[in-house]
Design a protein around this ligand. Sequence first.
Ligand code: ATP
Ligand code: MG
Length: 389
Amino acid sequence: MTPAPRPLLPGATLGVLGGGQLGRMFVHAAQAMGYFTAVLDADPASPAGLVSHHHIQAGYEDAAGLAELARLSDAITTEFENVPAAALAALAAQRPVAPAASAVAVAQDRAQEKAHFVRCGVPCAPYAVIETAAQLAAVPADLLPGILKTARMGYDGKGQARVATAAELAAAWEAVDRVPCVLEKMLPLALECSVIVARGADGMVVHLPVQRNLHRDGILAVTEVYESNLPQTLAAQAVEAAVSIANGLQYVGVLCVEFFVLEDGRLVVNEIAPRPHNSGHYSQNACDVSQFELQVRTLAGLPLTQPRQHSAAVMLNLLGDLWFAHGAAARTPPWDQILALPGTHLHLYGKHDAKRGRKMGHLNITAPTAAAARATALQAAELLGLPAF
Ligand code: ATP
Ligand code: MG
């Protein structure tokens, strides 16, 4: 194959595997810069497929669909880490693909992911890999109480069980049909944070400011980003760790690194996502370059410049539950009242059916100060029926 000319300038077509909301916002960013887009997703109403120039309605393992994506696209990315590595590898034989299948494979598997953290010298939670009955029996007692996580396919807290005793651990492993898992020690968390880094093929790395995250029921609920959101030394440590994790993978693209801050102040890496991340959505309105523009730039081989946050920001996730806030009958949340508040930016993903726990959109709130952003976000939360934070 003749390599595609780099950089790919606007007018070229950028392809994305997966048609969810992350793909939709990638498509929006790519189109704003004058690129054409192609999305592969089996769902005819996928959020990204609905807004893309081309939508190939096929599954990730459909050879004809993948061939069509390669034919239409000058370079291809993914918005979903559970795409089969084989699909990425097949595409990579024909077109530039970023991130590489090898990096996505590490992020897909919690055991490989943790081994990578250890290689990079970034501390993670004490853990044991459980793939056999012998490994289950050999689990050190000091890993309990812990969280058993399936090694593959977990997201939004799915595939996880909290276990306090060896008997509960054994039962939880049975309950997931003895698939490969990791057991992580339950750590005393003071807070959670994450960092978005973007790395180009030339090794240039830029990052967004450190995001402070609040989860409810295992799902991200609130992200707050402003100067005082966490101690400066911790923020610097998180950025340094995220950059070394990206460099260690020879990563090309946008990578999110999630961290725990423990009650004793230590920083511990949790997991990585090989794509833009829910906790980086505030960058759409609070930074001069969003995480999706960074994804476009890395894929197209365009230069990376360090993004600058110009506003304090709070992001509220909008789950399907909001449509059922007043009992069983579905309602439309009061968007007009929300948008009457200063600095509110509504992002909805075009999903037709609101379901509890389903990510329907997010609300970014920007303001000149952290206090003002928080005050408006709390007003918006109240209007939406969300708990204060
Ligand atoms: P997502 O992909 O949506 O980020 P996930 O399903 O991959 O979620 P994790 O990030 O592993 O799940 O865990 C979800 C949440 O559970 C964490 O954000 C944290 O609040 C809690 N949690 C996970 N592991 C631990 C741990 N070892 N100790 C304490 N709390 C934990
Ligand atoms: Mg997580």
